[in-house]
Design a protein around this ligand. Structure first.
Ligand code: AMP
Length: 140
């Protein structure tokens, strides 16, 4: 069964579209966190960031930047968030890769934030060493 976003891409269901190219589509979120809340989707139906080939990572990032510039020019927010959820535990509801652009105005409380935790410098150093070694493996 095609995802809700694939059905928007195919034109089966309507959306307020902002931009389209060969690999990506941008449209307004139907339940916006703020005015202008936009989704950038890859046309290919892949669940999350780790499923994307490098060229689609780049295509989605480029569309995100271009559309963010247009949102800023039109709405003149004080800032904007880029959010991209991966997995149910991270709040992903639609398992078809997408990036949120959420325009922000001072004091709008449109997006919730994490509670800053604590870590010892030993924890940080050990964890950094583990992950850094793995990053080398992942990047070859
Ligand atoms: P996520 O939690 O990252 O999977 O976000 C999914 C987003 O898709 C939510 O912000 C929804 O409001 C949005 N959404 C779901 N269905 C539609 C639709 N038909 N048109 C536009 N946005 C949608």
């Amino acid at each position: 069964m095609a995802s809700i976003f694939s059905r928007i891409i195919s034109g089966e269901i309507p959306a307020a579209k902002l931009y389209e190219d060969a690999q990506t589509l941008a449209f307004l979120d139907i339940n916006p966190a703020s005015r202008g809340h936009t989704l950038i989707v890859c046309k290919e139906e892949l669940p999350g960031l780790l499923d994307l080939p490098p060229e689609l990572v780049c295509a989605a990032a480029l569309t995100t930047q271009v559309v963010a510039k247009a949102l800023l020019a039109v709405l003149q927010p004080d800032g904007f968030n880029i959010i991209q959820n991966n997995g149910k535990a991270a709040g992903q509801v639609v398992f078809h890769y997408h990036v949120h652009i959420i325009p922000r105005w001072e004091g709008d409380r449109a997006v919730g934030y994490w509670r800053p935790g604590t870590a010892t410098s030993d924890d940080l150093r050990e964890l950094a060493a583990l992950i850094a070694a793995r990053v080398v493996e992942e990047s070859v």
